[in-house]
Design a protein around this ligand. Structure first.
Ligand code: URA
Length: 435
């Protein structure tokens, strides 16, 4: 089929439907380097404004997924992949992967780097000395086979067209579009070859989806497209108005994950990990019901088997496994601390995830562009969560920093991130489930 880029853009601009063949030819043309970035960007804006219907979305997702190499596993292994739409303090992957594997279900996880105020799993695990987060395809598959789990950086060979589109969306104001986000996420999962997917759709100030209506639409779209593509799938909508857990920062989040894997840790991080693990175990067939999955995963956190599995994963990926016993000694720590105190008695009514994520980035703990390097040692500790009763003078947050200039920049965000009022309810963490 001959491809006319201008006509293709005009069709979407005018709100018309693309056929499967047109979308496939579009991706093939992009992959051959024969469509300039300004034309791809113009089409992205047209798709952002006019959307993609269900058939277009499925064909676009499939074409992105097959734009490079793909992985595959025997169906009977029922490997489940997990994806979070991105949040602040979200260390669930660090807990979930060894947890689900310890319960007897194989699980593979390909992750992208963190960008902007949201943290990335790869950056977090790279704070463990020696850790290899860039496994080859063979190493990745062999490790899933031998110990039941692996976590690695997303290979540029899988769904390469998606990588190209994401970079352009990031600089053309076309990221927050439900069809484009759905195609981006599901195409990467499809190329990764898993049997089923668990999507953690974050909702709130620190998430792409700021309001519940949009989060529900995204959760439903992810499920609909995945099911049409023959996958089992659950979306869980979870709160990201305040960060998850007690710590935000790369090495600090590894520490918190180890705490949770040891049967301790903040109750919200534990609750979310157990909920997601229960759905995954149910989808993989390891548990007959969600409740059975919950019982299995609670036991694995409390009897040490999930922590043991994390140690195996670290050893396989060449990391320093003494981090399991002495995390404080092994992980990098910032040199100075600054405390933020409540100026009155009352209840903590706001702990804004976006501002805290930006505050961490200003300390050097996140990146603005993919080329920025990360300081894994800086962190923000949340000593209270929304709904807690506090007194004047109580420490609400502690900032762990290395450079005064970075602290000053971070305070521009952190000083605005909290409020104490006369009344405040605790926030609901698990908002809804779509399956
Ligand atoms: N996460 C992704 O992988 N893609 C998007 O477009 C947004 C969030």
């Amino acid at each position: 089929m001959t491809f006319n880029g201008i006509e293709f853009i005009e069709k979407k601009r005018d709100g018309l439907r693309h056929t499967r063949e047109e979308l496939q030819t579009f991706i093939d043309t992009v992959m051959r380097g024969e469509m300039p970035d300004y034309q791809i960007s113009a089409w992205l804006m047209a798709a952002f404004l006019n959307g993609l219907d269900d058939d277009e979305l499925m064909h676009f997702t499939q074409a992105l997924a097959h734009s490079g190499e793909t992985l595959s596993y025997p169906q009977e292994e029922r490997i489940i992949d997990k994806h979070s739409t991105g949040g602040v303090g979200d260390k669930t992957t660090l807990v979930l992967i060894p947890l689900v594997a310890a319960c007897g279900s194989s699980i593979s996880k390909l992750s992208g780097p963190g960008l902007g105020y949201t943290g990335g799993t790869i950056d977090k695990l790279e704070s463990i000395p020696g850790m290899n987060m860039h496994l080859s395809e063979i190493e990745f598959r062999d490790q899933v086979k031998s110990i039941g789990c692996a976590i690695s950086g997303h290979s540029h060979k899988l769904a390469p067209a998606e990588g190209k589109f994401y970079k352009l969306r990031d600089v053309t104001g076309t990221v927050p579009s439900i069809p484009l986000i759905t195609a981006s996420i599901v195409s990467k999962k499809l190329a990764g070859g898993a049997y089923g997917y668990l999507f953690d759709v974050k909702c709130g100030s620190g998430a792409f989806m700021k309001d519940i209506g949009e989060a529900r639409k995204l959760a439903q779209k992810l499920v609909d497209v995945s099911k049409k593509l023959g996958k089992v799938c659950v979306s869980v909508i979870t709160d990201m108005e305040q960060p998850l857990g007690e710590w935000v920062g790369n090495s600090a989040e590894v520490c918190e994950a180890i705490e949770v894997l040891s049967g301790r840790g903040p109750s919200d991080t534990r609750e979310l990990c157990l909920t997601l693990a229960a759905y995954m175990l149910n989808m993989s067939g390891r548990a007959n019901t969600y409740e059975e999955g919950l019982a299995l995963s609670s036991k694995a956190l409390d009897d040490g088997s999930a922590l043991k599995k994390f140690e195996e994963l670290i050893i396989e990926q060449k990391g320093d496994s003494s981090v399991i016993r002495e995390p404080e000694k092994v992980l990098p720590k910032a040199s100075s601390a600054y405390k933020i105190r409540s100026d009155r008695d009352g209840y903590l009514s706001k702990l804004d995830a976006l501002l805290i994520g930006e505050g961490l980035r200003a300390l050097g703990g996140g990146r603005l562009t993919l080329d920025d390097t990360i300081d894994p040692s800086v962190a923000i500790r949340l000593l209270h969560k929304v709904g807690d009763k506090v007194s004047e003078g109580d420490v609400l947050l502690t900032i762990y920093y290395n450079q005064d200039k970075q602290l000053q920049e971070s305070l521009l965000y952190i000083e605005k991130c909290w409020e104490v009022s006369n009344r405040a309810e605790k926030r609901k963490l698990i908002i809804d489930t779509v399956s």
